[in-house]
Design a protein around this ligand. Structure first.
Ligand SMILES: [Fe+2]
Length: 284
């Protein structure tokens, strides 16, 4: 019987893939707090000892299905077409878990869902996955990584259902899994001619909607209750599909997993970034 041995909302801020010198320049002498946050997250993952890491990738948009990648492994040199002037030449090589991906698809058929495994090894990579593979050193720990898409035909209940199916598949296919919801909270970007409010680009005062910080108390039921009125206006990355699918896997509105922030809440081009860890025992 598999289980979710830990989960986290994680930033994939692309600026952090630059050298420490460049990051300190952006931070008015100070590095981003998300960097030591990654180290804390690595410790948590190591302690949880998962068989596989599942990433909800908010840059992988799919149509008609929640896709889950099922390649034996992925290898290449990553070039971002979004910011190719600095995010390029990133070598990656990590293992996948085809059996797990197929298990999710089978469970989805059984439960009337729309999750579909993609076994084509040429499937494109996105930096919401690659940046975490690199920052969390998942190639070194050699833990298989499986990414799941954000289906753009979904309302919140569809994301929750996808997560519920994935949670059931985890139990049935005998994997201990860490789930990483890779994305920002507030994702309203600043204009192209924006001038920072604070000399450190990372400072929270540069976030469009700093009030979006939440979750410490584990009252995910309240977040869901007020989703349309209080949370949609904060422009979550990918409509919050990464958080909602993770939450669905953890039990949805019954989940009381308390969030532990592993770093400060920081700006990245107006978006709100933080790593928040949720212990497995908090899950329903
Ligand atoms: Fe992003």
């Amino acid at each position: 019987m598999g289980r979710i041995v830990g989960s986290a909302l994680v930033s994939h801020h692309p600026g952090l893939m630059q050298s420490e010198d460049m990051r300190r320049l952006m931070g008015a002498g100070q590095d981003s707090d998300l960097i030591p946050g990654y180290a804390l997250l690595r410790d948590r993952i190591e302690a949880a000892n998962p068989d596989v890491i599942l990433i909800f990738d908010t840059h992988w948009f799919s149509t008609g299905y929640h896709l889950i990648d099922g390649g034996d492994g992925y290898q290449g040199t990553y070039l971002s077409d979004e910011m190719p002037w600095y995010l390029y030449g990133v070598p990656y090589k990590y293992r996948g878990d085809p059996e797990f991906a197929v298990c999710v698809e089978a469970m989805s058929k059984k439960m009337g869902g729309y999750n579909r495994a993609v076994l084509n090894p040429d499937l494109a990579r996105h930096y919401a996955t690659i940046n975490l593979v690199k920052q969390l050193r998942l190639e070194i720990s050699d833990i298989p990584v499986v990414s799941s898409s954000i289906c753009q035909n979904c309302r919140p209940e569809h994301f929750l259902k996808s997560g519920e199916i994935i949670g059931e598949a985890i139990r049935q296919c005998d994997r201990n899994v860490v789930i990483l919801a890779s994305g920002a909270l507030s994702h309203r970007m600043t204009d192209i001619d924006w001038k920072p409010n604070h000399p450190s680009v990372f400072n929270e005062s540069n976030v469009s909607s700093p009030e979006a910080e939440l979750m410490r108390q584990g009252r995910h039921d309240k977040i869901l209750d007020d989703w349309e009125t209080d949370f949609v206006p904060h422009f979550w990355e990918a409509w919050g599909g990464h958080y909602l699918q993770m939450l669905g896997a953890l039990g949805g509105a019954d989940c009381r997993a308390e969030g532990t922030p592993l770093c400060n809440y920081e700006n990245a081009r107006g978006t709100g970034n933080i790593h928040v860890w949720f212990d497995e025992q908090g899950a329903a």
